[in-house]
Design a protein. Structure first.
Ligand SMILES: Nc1nc(-c2ccc(Cl)c(S(N)(=O)=O)c2)cs1
Ligand SMILES: [Zn+2]
Length: 262
């Protein structure tokens, strides 16, 4: 029912809102290996096993389906794409990509690096592929996190997604993007050898602690106008009164965890 559905702080503080804000999210959201976190680069421990990823099928150009999930803009990546390496215990296949953002360029990412938040954060969610060894639950998902910063140069790879936003203004609406590939949206591959790694959770309820997190050091750069299209065109509500922005979970305590770096 509307009362119990989860939402972000910006929605919870609306008058007559019945949704549940981050400090009352259900499920595992109060456990001690939660995401996102602030990454203190000086405390990150080098791990030579954190080799560069092989991105299989990321160059495939396709008209991906996208949807407004009421919490984010999500691109469905069904099948054929996977990541290998990066000290992951198996191959992981890409299932969906979604983003978190604000309308200010110094907040909007979920993770922060040395206290700095970026304008957006893009998550590519992967699911562990069947492997012989019985794995534990903590590595069911592998999420690749990319910081997005705004600049003065248009990012051609982001344009198909940006142009589709006006077609998914209302929650639970779908559309497709014109031909694009994930590779075109990412930083150049020679910049992707540098990343942080830690054990964490989904940043949305039920906050299951089943995610191996990878946060890349090199940000994606998009034009300020491309960035503003997100909070301008997409809404949380079907009446289009609340622009979708600040779909960002507050930082969570690192606790006893160690962050590693490649
Ligand atoms: N309903 C929604 N679910 C998500 C989602 C699903 C899986 C995952 Cl792993 C994540 S996250 N932010 O931890 O990467 C978010 C977004 S919007
Ligand atoms: Zn996310």
């Amino acid at each position: 029912t509307e009362d119990s559905h989860w939402c972000y702080e910006i929605q919870a503080k609306e008058p007559n809102s019945h949704c549940v804000g981050p400090d009352q999210w259900p499920g595992n959201c109060k456990e001690n290996q939660q995401s996102p976190i602030n990454i203190v680069t000086a405390k990150a421990k080098s791990n030579p096993r954190l080799t560069p990823f092989i991105f299989v099928g990321y160059d495939k150009k396709k008209q991906w389906q996208i949807k407004n999930t009421q919490h984010s803009v999500e691109m469905t990546l069904g099948g054929g794409m996977c990541i290998i390496g990066g000290d992951l215990p198996a191959r992981y296949e890409a299932i969906q990509l979604h983003l978190h953002w604000s309308e200010m360029s110094d907040k909007g990412s979920e993770h922060s690096i040395d206290g700095k938040h970026f304008a957006m954060e893009m998550h590519i969610v992967h699911k562990k592929m069947a492997s012989s060894s019985k794995g534990q639950d903590s590595d069911k998902l592998a999420v690749l996190g990319f910081m997005v910063e705004v600049g003065t140069k248009t990012n051609k790879g982001f344009q198909p997604l940006v142009e589709a936003l006006s077609r998914i203004s209302k929650p639970h609406t779908n559309s497709t993007v014109t031909e694009c590939s994930l590779q075109d949206m990412l930083p150049p591959s020679d910049k992707l050898h540098s990343y942080f790694r830690y054990q964490g959770s989904l940043t949305t309820p039920t906050c299951d602690e089943t995610v191996i997190w990878t946060v890349f050091k090199e940000p994606i750069k998009i034009h300020k106008d491309q960035f503003l299209e997100f909070s301008k065109n997409v809404y949380y509500d079907k009446d289009q009164k609340l622009n979708m922005k600040d779909n960002v979970r507050p930082l969570q305590p690192l606790g006893k965890r160690q962050v590693f770096k490649s």
